[in-house]
Design a protein around this ligand. Sequence first.
Ligand code: GLN
Ligand code: ZN
Length: 758
Amino acid sequence: MAIAHILGFPRIGKQRELKFALESFWRGETDQAALQDTGRTLRTRHWAVQSQAGLDFVTVGDFAWYDHVLGTLALLGAIPSRFKFDRQHLSLSDYFLLARGSSEHFAMEMTKWFDTNYHYLVPEWTSDVQFDGGVDWLFDEFAEAQALGHRAKLVLVGPLTLLYMGKIKSGISHKLDLLPRVIVGYQKLLERLKKCGVEWVQIDEPILALDLDAAWRDAFVPTYAALTPTAPPVLLATYFDEVIAHVGLLRDLPVAGVHLDLVRGAGQLDTFIKDWPQDRILSAGIVDGRNIWRTDLDKVLPILTSLHRSLGNRLWIAPSCSLLHVPVDLSTETALNKELKSWLAFACQKLDEIVLLKQALNGEISVNDLPFEEARAALALRRNSPRIQNGYVQKRLQSISRQQAERGAEFNIRIVKQQAKWNLPAFPTTTIGSFPQTAEIRQVRAAFKSGAIGHVEYLDKMREEIRFVVRKQEALGLDVLVHGEPERNDMVEYFGEQLWGYGFTANGWVQSYGSRCVKPPFIYGDVYRPEAMTVSWSEFAQSLTGKPMKGMLTGPVTMLQWSFVRDDQPREITALQIALALRDEVCDLEKAGIGMIQIDEPAFREGLPLKARDWPHYLDWAVHAFKISAAGVKDETQIHTHMCYSEFNDILPWIAAMDADVITIETSRSDMELLDGFGQFSYPNDIGPGVYDIHAPRVPQVAEMQRLLQKARGVIPDARLWVNPDCGLKTRGWPETEAALSNMVLAARGLRLEGGNK
Ligand code: GLN
Ligand code: ZN
């Protein structure tokens, strides 16, 4: 009999109950008991969904009040020592202080979990960090599940992944120096779990999907040899990519079973199955945990059938990774087009798929029974749907030439023409696009969407806001202006809603960090731009001022990266379709007299595959897609781009290859660390390294920004250097925005007086 399980379930709740409970607790409107209640209700509900679906285990340990990496630290007592909290008796409020900071302590750093859009809190490794025990929350949750009569499997972040994902703060030279302590901590924890009667523990080691150097690889066998003898049976979980390089290692590990991602790593199965140990469980991650499409059961069933023949009850069936990365329940999407809806599967629906597959293998259901027939019909509908194919797009795609990706002249010639046209001062100042999105603006947008106000009132209000933002920028003395983006709720959604081929959900929320969720659109068909998307806004904004007004678009890679993408064609084809749509928009903006156009690519870096050998292919198509979107304009038209959220040193040559005339890029948060990369590589075009962080209301001083600019001048020629904040200002309030920008303009003027020359 095959077994069905999942690696983890979304914790946020199908109506984002956890989000609202957390935020009201943080505002002081509800007490801890109320928050605890919501947590318990959600866990209870999620376990019930799992057991009612027919899974053999419910998964315990995937719940977290903020983040599961922080939860693991709290469990081990390994919270950052600078907080001086009582590790064994950490209160929920202290736990939130770790995540969110206070006036006394800055918050723990947050960064993306592998190549997902989920952010985890980065462990802080110091010589005095301990692992000898922390809070009992996980034990309480296990007891809760038992009391409800569930058969539970526990999940933990693995010791090596935990160590690897942290950052050295002080006192140690290599993260592995902490390993002996970590092992003792996990030993203690696992022994205790065994005593509590835990039947199975799933230990997640996704770092096995990365390019691991020998030191990390070699640490696995001794670590697990030390842990497993006194632990419950261990299922070691790998995911997010194939782990073929570790096939020998995984065979040697003294664990009871291994989970493989057979969606991202479909090709690895044969290698693994060849000499799979007789007594070893294999968990087949066959349902996509990273995307929202219905599984092609007829395609995966033969694979599982052959596995089942050789493994029997040692075959477990699962999604490829935790379902944390997909929305909770499709059944709440009552407004979604029926046909589109029939193609999708969210977390709850994926449970059903897993169970169906198990039942088919175990002979409890026939592949001719209704659920299979229904799935088949939906897939056939999708395959043949006229909603997907767009002959115009496909024809155009075929005729794209490399030539179309190139501007008329090279940068040196373009920039002279651009400078002659605009005559900007040295160290030109600009911003990244959005200005504070006040409650009023959001209300107007919501009222328009709900039909409470009509088109003309909406247009008037938005134009009023644009006029206001333009006047402010002129008063501040900025050189290159923006319209402020009041009409946009989200930089991807705004464009997706106007493009064909994009679908939207009402409730498809996915946790991004803490209480924050995102609702990514999904791309189901060929992407096509039926008409101009931004031209009238930009044209209006430009009409208000003699200064250059930047048009503002979201780039093809970001449009792709922040959406659920088609699984029926390679990502690069979809990226190219989006690029063509944007190219038309760029050309329309130019025709309408917009001479500077910014194409934002904040997600460019995060699209990088996990393994370095896959980088060149990605970078090649990503750069190409950007260039296709940008290159349709005259030499005089200045193309800007913007990047943030990551460090970019290792991909500078590709950023240069995008050939934007100007890039504005986040650097102030890392004290211009980016510039280190300029030692080996001199960036050829204009660049504006962000001079202040926009993530906090703090107003930076003139001298502070000048210090950063001086640092930048060490490696960037004066003639190439722009002055701008790190990112858009939409989350800021007006008072700090004005103060900060006024200081920024003063900083630039100061440099000009010193004689910087353009
Ligand atoms: N133009 C966008 C803005 O200013 C860019 C946002 C981003 O980089 N994430 O809001
Ligand atoms: Zn940004």
